[in-house]
Design a protein around this ligand. Structure first.
Ligand SMILES: *Cc1c(COP(=O)(O)O)cnc(C)c1O
Length: 380
């Protein structure tokens, strides 16, 4: 699904010398590399504050802690996402409220959010799923109207843009009150272990969060709030500093692979290719900047998705089903408030989606083999 070795080979010298430098300087935690990375990422994103932390799940949790969300507060998020999003809501004693997603974008459905808002609702967590921005204009409007916080889960969307109705363009993760991301190795900007970060333009919130990540300390050995230990280590920061200058090129390579996949599937009635916010005719051009294809995810209709997975595996083609079970049907998150009729889209998507190999090193021959194997199977 990913080719981390190929990517490493291309940046080996830079990465190796950065890592060696950290080892020689022995500033393993919160060293100058972490600080430098923080500044470089702030500049890249155009956001006032980046707070590095240990992983993307912590980033979400710390963002919610920073906002002062309290047990009993309801937090609305998508039923169709990675479990981390709902996990931290539950872990903090907040009440997760899962809602359905849009069948075309796979992102949280704004009408469903509207229907789920109650006087206890305090926050919305849109996920820029698979690298495509959620409908931020409408989500921010709704949040303003109901006085809610918006926490963007940008673990899959880093480097992508969202274009507002008025034409303004912002990077995902810089639109809500606060955002989280992950540097897990397979993410679009991945380190060589675990890593994550929180972004916000709110300086006061950033200050609160900087204390929370470090045991609630704002002054050495003064613990003003209950915090956590969640730090990015310097070796990971060194890797990220070496890779950040390539992020736009990495995302471009993903888009280019996505455009080739989509072209190959043109005219296939049983295969629905991913979409984005650009004009439809422009949707899959390499220079489209609203999708960073963390995953390239098809919907397989009128054919057996699970049999296709086996067929691809038998032919040596890795593929993934993200995600096979709606969160509202996961044992840990069952809740009698949920009604099946409110999850029609997610319940259908889990049967139809399949993600093909997507990384920065895919070549034309691989793409041709993958697409022809898929096409032959669905038409047989
Ligand atoms: C990967 C991911 C996370 C969690 O990130 P980790 O660094 O693995 O903790 C959270 N949300 C989404 C949508 C993700 O894809």
């Amino acid at each position: 699904m990913v080719d981390l070795k190929g990517q490493y080979a291309a940046i080996k010298e830079r990465v190796d010398s950065s890592i060696l430098n950290v080892i020689e300087n022995t500033a393993f935690v919160n060293g100058p590399e972490v600080h430098a990375f923080q500044k470089e990422l702030e500049e890249y994103l155009g956001v006032k504050n980046v707070i590095p932390c240990a992983n993307g799940t912590d980033a979400l949790q710390i963002a919610m802690m920073g906002l002062g969300l309290k047990p009993g507060d309801e937090v609305i998020t998508a039923d169709f996402t990675f479990a981390a999003t709902v996990e931290v809501i539950a872990l903090l004693g907040l009440t997760p409220v899962l809602v359905d997603v849009d069948p075309v974008t796979f992102n949280i459905d704004v009408e469903a959010i509207k229907n789920a808002i109650t006087p206890k609702t305090k926050a919305i967590v849109p996920v820029h799923l698979f690298g495509l921005a959620a409908n931020m204009d409408e989500i921010m409007e709704l949040a303003d109207e109901h006085n809610l916080y918006v926490i963007e889960d940008n673990a899959q969307g880093i480097g992508g843009y969202y274009t507002s109705k008025d034409g303004t363009k912002k990077k995902t993760g810089t639109i809500g009150h606060v955002a989280s991301t992950s540097f897990f190795p397979s993410k679009n900007l991945g380190c060589y272990g675990d890593g994550g970060a929180i972004f916000t333009n709110d300086d006061d919130l950033a200050h609160i969060i900087r204390g929370i990540v470090n045991h609630g300390m704002y002054e050495r050995y003064h613990h003003d709030v209950v915090g956590v230990n969640s730090r990015l280590d310097s070796i990971q920061a060194a890797v990220l500093r070496a890779k950040l200058p390539n992020l736009d090129a990495y995302n471009k390579a993903r888009r280019s692979a996505a455009a080739k996949y989509t072209k190959a599937f043109e005219g296939q009635e049983n295969i629905i290719t991913p979409t984005c916010f650009c004009d439809a005719s422009d949707a899959n051009k390499e220079n489209c900047d609203c999708h960073v294809y963390h995953q390239y995810t098809l919907k397989i209709v009128n054919s057996d998705r699970d049999a296709l997975v086996s067929h691809l595996n038998e032919n040596g083609i890795p593929c993934g089903v993200y995600y096979p079970i709606p969160l509202h049907l996961q044992k840990a998150y069952l809740d009698e408030r949920y009604k099946e009729e409110n999850f029609k889209v997610t319940n259908q998507l889990v049967k139809e989606v399949i993600s093909l190999p997507m990384h920065t090193e895919l070549d034309d021959e691989q793409i041709e083999f993958i697409t022809s194997t898929v096409i032959n199977f669905v038409n047989k």
